[in-house]
Design a protein around this ligand. Structure first.
Ligand code: NAD
Length: 370
């Protein structure tokens, strides 16, 4: 199969769909890999890195779209790319269709096979192609928090781990899922006093067994949230109720009871945020203050760490790309019903029930059309 990747066109997006090690795996199995020149540059991969292992470098995105049977990307196609998608072409990427009817219509009209990373499932029901980005965001949340706690950035000027004779910072993590666990791990490792709150007691039991003694687990309820926020230097919110907007767990009036210069990293901003005063920000202007509390609400945090994020993403996507390339789409989906959950559209049919429901399209079982 001819497999390719193009340079991402979405603003602030520096990741790339295929890294050299992924390209090599595909080529070892007899496939050809086509890379648009400089597609990997912002993730730290030069054309030469791909060329050395035998990938073909093409100057323009147009050539990649024209030649390849399967395109592996990171973000949804941008408007300028819509007409490049070909009938029967397989397109693997994050689509987030429900956010854009225009994108959904364009992809349906292209008659490609669109596999959305965000709806591919693992056997245990988890989302294996979202997980790597949650891991990055979780770890990054503590790094960003540490930075904005610095006085020069308007923060309290407290070191997360303290020093001998001086108490460490207090970190409060709301949500003990993938993002939350990685945030807790980083904060605990730096020596902070960490409170982690979740409504899921099993999740808290798991973390309590796993984490060191400077991590305290608490059931998430309004009283525990209010009490922990009062002493917090850094708050990371990483709650998720699948399919719903994030509940506003941090009220505006609570900010007044918090320490001046404390930092809130609202990772859940991509689901609307869990602070009443949160609004999306960008990497160019990541923070703002309300009632002397610094709010960081960047909706695409992993975009700032393209090297780590790109490798983490390819680590997770490559086995699906391999399977489709080796077996063909029909056999690959038949053998893996969890991968089949990622097939959103095929030859103009909408195969994902949620996408069909979002825009009133007829839902078609993929088995009847692939
Ligand atoms: N901003 C970014 O760049 C970025 C990057 C990755 C993920 N995210 C977002 O981060 C959020 C978390 O992702 P995840 O992968 O960790 O999800 P997850 O499903 O693994 O974890 C969510 C956790 O929230 C808990 N929760 C739900 N309601 C709660 C409540 N009222 N109080 C406390 N905990 C509650 C759940 O029990 C669960 O453990 C999602 O909204 C995701 O989209 C954002």
């Amino acid at each position: 199969m001819k497999i390719g990747t193009v340079k991402e066109l979405k603003m602030d997006e520096s990741r790339v769909g295929i890294i050299p090690s992924g390209a090599e795996i595909l080529m070892e199995q007899g496939h050809s890999v086509y890379i648009q020149s400089e597609a990997g540059l912002n993730s730290g991969f030069m054309d030469q890195d791909y060329a050395e292992i035998g990938a073909i470098i093409l100057k323009d995105a147009k050539e990649v779209w024209e030649q390849c049977d399967m395109i592996i990307k990171v973000k949804e196609p941008q408007e300028i790319e819509y007409l490049s998608i070909r009938k029967g072409q397989i397109l693997l990427t994050y689509f987030h269709f429900a956010a854009s009817k225009k994108l959904t219509n364009a992809v349906i009209q292209s008659k490609c096979s669109a596999i959305a990373y965000e709806t591919v499932r693992a056997r245990d029901g988890s989302l294996p192609l979202l997980k790597p980005m949650s891991e990055v965001a979780g770890r990054m949340s503590i790094q960003e928090g540490a930075k904005y706690l610095e006085k020069a950035h308007g923060g309290r000027g407290i070191l997360l781990g303290g020093v001998p004779g001086v108490a460490p910072a207090t970190v409060v993590v709301l949500g003990a899922g993938v993002v939350g666990t990685h945030a807790v791990k980083m904060a605990a490792g730096l020596g902070s006093l960490v409170y982690v709150l979740d409504t899921n007691l099993e999740r808290l039991r798991y973390l309590s067994d796993l984490m060191p003694n400077n991590v305290i687990t608490l059931l998430s309820n309004p009283l525990n949230i209010r009490n922990t926020l009062k002493n917090a230097d850094l708050v990371v919110s990483s709650i998720l109720i699948p399919g719903a907007k994030a509940p506003k767990l941090i009220k505006k009036k609570t900010l007044k009871s918090m320490k001046s210069g404390a930092v809130i990293i609202d990772v859940a901003i991509d689901q609307g945020g869990s602070t009443e005063t949160s609004k999306p920000t960008t990497h160019a202007r990541p923070t703002y203050k309300v009632d002397e509390i610094i709010h960081y609400c960047v909706a695409n945090m992993p975009g700032a760490m393209p090297l780590t994020s790109t490798i983490a993403l390819t680590n997770a996507t490559i086995r699906y790309a391999e399977s489709i390339a080796n077996l063909g789409i029909k056999k690959a989906l038949s053998l893996d019903p969890y991968l089949a959950m990622g097939l959103s559209t095929h030859l103009g049919h909408v195969c994902c029930p949620q996408v069909a429901a979002a825009f009133n399209y007829k839902h078609v079982d993929w088995r009847t059309v692939v």
